[in-house]
Design a binder for this molecule. Structure first.
Ligand code: NDP
Length: 387
């Protein structure tokens, strides 16, 4: 009998979390859920727990602990709460692989703990590598832990690199759909609303990443993530706009050959690959028919209209705490935009201001990164609460 891979799924109630459970359900002969975690969505967590019967669930919001515990009292499922619980459950002996689908910097601590406990990582939470890429990859190297990408672009690069590990890479080319505002100019976007920004043409995702896609910050974060995942210098990572979202990214090798991975935009494919690597499993996902897409097009990104992409390159080039500052300012600005407190171009403005006003430092621990993150966010939130 095949031993099932035992999974801790962090952020099970989000867009990636829900799709991960759909993949697990289809491959239930191979995969088993041991841990489910959510932040506030207690009802969905309970529903998922009753269906997948994990060993443990964690509800981040402590005020919902009793509610979840009561709902699951008759099931043989342990219920924990709080951020410490998140760090403890990823280290449990019964867990083989931790898939992090938490949004934002909240993913940092549990993934570091999971690496320290030698767990295989499947990473959707790009902020972990953006903020603390050096620390995380060094810890993964030290513990002999593999980090498999869930992001479709990084999965495409990962898949293109299979069998190529000794061949020098000349370029990574990360594709971007261009988001809902592709082709627009600055003047068109001064007054866009959050509803317009949340309307992504190709992908259905959580709110934060959807706004990041509209500003192109998502691509900036992905460039930084790729730098760490594949140990490729920033100068060798390019972004190209590909509105059809069929070519998910490309690798150019030293002989000029380019390999790519293609498919319909469907996050379940990269999720499945991260969960079953190196084996490909049959599935019922819709197939790509080339004749349905006679025009696959590629354009240069418009950095004047979408300055967040340049800000991400800039912060990554500076290194040290700067990618953390970039990420913190972006998370705070996106949260304010989603609350209708600031406009679309206030997002890059606040990020640039934070990068300019913060002194360079080189954090050496997760806690130092979290302190920087909190300081930056507090200063941005305070400004807006008092204006
Ligand atoms: P969602 O907002 O849809 O889901 C986020 C999940 O994280 C939810 O389960 C949420 O719980 C939980 N969560 C939120 N805040 C906290 C916290 N402070 N502590 C613990 N858990 C928390 O996000 P997505 O699924 O869209 O994205 C998740 C990550 O994957 C992001 O980093 C994103 O960049 C990345 N990603 C997403 C893609 C997509 O297609 N959605 C594609 C590629 C990468 P609750 O529901 O209870 O609030």
């Amino acid at each position: 009998m095949i031993e099932k891979k035992k999974i801790a799924l962090l952020g099970s109630t989000g867009s990636i979390g829900i799709q991960t459970l759909e993949v697990v359900e289809e491959l239930s002969q191979l995969l088993q859920i041991e841990v489910l975690t959510a932040n506030t969505n207690a009802d969905l967590l309970i529903q998922q727990a009753k269906k997948f019967n994990p060993n443990v669930v964690v509800i981040g919001d402590e005020s919902k602990y009793e509610y979840v515990k009561d709902a699951l009292w008759n099931d043989d499922i342990k219920v924990y709460t709080g951020s410490q619980a998140l760090m403890d459950v990823v280290q449990m002996d019964c867990v083989d692989l931790v898939l992090s689908a938490i949004v934002g910097i909240a993913g940092l601590r549990p993934i570091y703990k999971a690496i320290e406990a030698d767990k295989t990582i499947a990473l959707a939470n790009k902020e972990t590598l953006v903020v603390a890429g050096e620390l995380m990859t060094q810890a993964a190297y030290k513990h002999g832990v593999n980090i498999y990408p869930v992001d479709s672009e990084h999965s495409a690069i990962f898949q293109s690199l299979v069998g190529e590990f000794h061949n020098p890479i000349e370029r990574l080319i990360i594709t971007a759909s261009g988001g809902p505002f592709r082709g627009k100019k600055r003047t068109d976007l001064e007054k866009v609303t959050k509803n317009e920004a949340l309307h992504h043409p190709n992908w259905k995702m959580g709110n934060k990443i959807t706004i990041d896609s509209a500003t192109l910050m998502n691509k900036g974060l992905e460039v930084i993530e790729a730098k760490w995942l594949f140990s490729v210098p920033l100068e060798k990572i390019e972004v190209v706009i590909h509105p059809q979202s069929i070519v998910h990214s490309l690798v150019e090798f030293c002989d000029g050959s380019i390999k790519a991975q293609l498919g319909l935009p469907n996050m379940k494919l990269p999720i499945q690959y991260a969960l079953t690597y190196p084996i490909r499993q049959s599935n019922t996902f819709p197939r790509l028919h080339f004749t349905d897409y006679p025009n696959l097009t590629f354009e240069k990104p418009d950095l004047n209209t979408f300055p967040c992409l340049s800000l991400a390159y800039h912060a990554s080039k500076q290194g040290g705490c700067m990618p953390c500052v970039l990420n913190a300012a972006n998370e705070a600005a996106v949260a304010l935009f989603l609350q209708d407190k600031i406009g679309f171009y206030d997002i890059p403005y606040l990020i640039e201001k934070a990068l300019t006003e913060t002194s360079f430092s080189k954090p050496t621990s997760v806690e130092e990164y979290i302190n920087i993150d909190e300081t930056i966010k507090l200063s941005i939130y305070n400004t807006f609460n008092h204006s």
